[in-house]
Design a protein around this ligand. Structure first.
Ligand code: MN
Ligand code: MN
Length: 463
């Protein structure tokens, strides 16, 4: 065949990934960069699930979402899980559309009896949360955010870090002395769970006795926050990276910052809902907690909160459902499991199979299944739902790509998808691809953020 004919044939039949930045100039470029600024501020200010939920509660209220409403419902669950429900133009009995992301992120939690003193230094014992590479969390600035409930049941919000001018560090061993203790070990064993202790102070209370440094810290905590040591047992304290969210690169096309898995999807989906008029179907933006530890717990996707919300919404919007109506409604529903994928990292090409991997800068990733090995523990979206999503994304001229998580036998992971699928609805994973996922400083692309937001808007209007 002639070259021209080959080119025409390619155009006609070959699957070609779109490049996100292609043709982005002028006004569009400004829109992409402005949207990223708003996202960076959100990421900087909200580093825990509780903070993210209060932020979106407030923002939703500014957009007229209320606990009692005939069209815009706002429901929160224990301050760590939130759902926004917007009435659609079709009756709710035709099913709902859900965009479900998660607002918990890998981090280091304080143990319930955290404070101890060793060799004139005070530390906090910790217990990591989610899938982290422990060595990544040593010798980086960490800050403390969380909630303490005192003995009289008073809730105290603690925030101590970058903004307050003091941070915490997990001190690592210097290279001069680590040859045997660390050098001969596997990466996962270099740092043990107990080694992830946070350095908390070194100045003793003046006087005689043992553990005076610890006592001094307890005194300061009592003076500043009114808490005693036993109060820490009833606390949720998190150590999170104390690093500014920054533009990345000479061209500033990327964003580096903590917590982008999965606050990038939480942000894009909530903002998409605010920026869209009446949706086609009744639409739910769901911000889940506990995804990183398996979606269990009262604030995880596997709780009944979603169902309670749909009952409430149906009643508020004028249709009282019985249990069997609910099951019918759920089976007619469709969802995006809004979560991130692992972008190809060119420094470690061997773990990806490029034809089915996702790339930074090539738009939102549609992931048919996650899981591991022979698709174990996966929600495997059916071809019909993939086709529907593909069609509406193409109609909206969304830059999207298909991708699975690494090579078949390389590893794997899960999302909230299967916990939605158990209700018999259509579910597929859709979110941007990140570099350095689950690290203290994850990397995303500004154009992928923008295309993800546009894709969610398209889902809201086209169902
Ligand atoms: Mn995630
Ligand atoms: Mn994750």
């Amino acid at each position: 065949m002639k070259d021209k004919k080959i080119a025409d044939l390619r155009e006609k039949v070959e699957y070609k990934r779109k490049k996100g930045w292609e043709g982005v100039t002028g006004k569009t470029e400004k829109k992409v960069f402005d949207f990223a600024e708003q996202y960076k501020r959100f990421l900087n200010d909200n580093k825990t699930e509780r903070e993210t939920v209060s932020y979106y509660k407030k923002r939703a209220e500014e957009h007229d979402y209320k606990e009692e409403s005939k069209s815009k419902l706002l429901l929160t669950n224990r301050g760590k899980n939130l759902m926004l429900i917007r009435k659609g133009s079709k009756p709710i009995t035709d099913g709902v559309r859900i965009i479900a992301s998660h607002v918990d992120c890998p981090r280091i939690d304080f143990k319930q009896n955290p404070l101890y003193e060793d060799t004139d230094l005070a530390f906090f014992h910790t217990h990591y949360y989610g899938g982290i590479k422990k060595y990544q969390w040593t010798n980086i600035p960490l800050e403390l955010r969380g909630t303490v409930i005192t003995k009289d049941g008073k809730r105290i919000y603690l925030k101590l870090g970058q903004d307050e001018g003091t941070i915490f560090v997990v001190p690592d061993l210097c290279p001069h002395l680590s040859r045997k203790t660390q050098g001969d070990k596997k990466a996962g064993e270099i740092i043990t769970g107990e080694n992830l202790a946070l350095l908390a102070g070194s100045m003793p209370e003046q006087g005689k006795g043992k553990a005076l440094v610890k006592l001094h810290i307890l005194k300061l905590l009592n003076e500043q926050y009114g808490i005693i040591e036993e109060d820490l047992i009833s606390s949720e304290l998190e150590a999170v990276p104390a690093m500014q969210v920054m533009d990345l690169g000479i061209d500033r096309s990327m964003i580096a910052g903590y917590g982008q898995d999965d606050r990038i999807c939480a942000f894009s989906s909530a903002e998409a809902l605010f920026d869209t008029g009446i949706p086609l179907y009744t639409t739910i933006v769901f911000l889940a907690d506990k995804e990183e530890i398996g979606s269990e717990g009262a604030t995880g996707m596997n709780s009944m909160f979603l169902i309670r919300g749909i009952y409430r919404a149906a009643a508020a919007f004028g249709t009282v459902l019985n249990e069997s109506d609910m099951l019918e409604l759920l089976s007619k529903s469709g969802a995006l499991s809004a979560d991130v994928n692992a972008a190809v990292n060119p420094l470690y090409k061997s773990v990806y199979e490029n034809d089915n991997a996702s790339f930074v800068g090539r738009g939102i990733v549609v992931t048919k299944f996650t899981g591991h090995g022979g698709k174990y523990m996966a929600n495997d979206a059916d071809a019909e739902w993939v086709s529907h999503i593909r069609r509406i994304f193409n109609e909206g001229k969304i830059v999207w790509q298909t991708g699975e998580l690494g090579k078949v036998d390389e590893g794997g992971g899960g999302t909230v998808a299967k916990f939605l699928a158990k209700y018999g609805m259509n579910v597929i994973d859709a979110g941007p691809a990140l570099l350095s996922m689950h690290s203290p400083y994850e990397v995303s692309s500004k154009i992928d953020l923008y295309e993800t937001y546009r894709a969610y808007k398209q889902f809201i209007t086209q169902g």
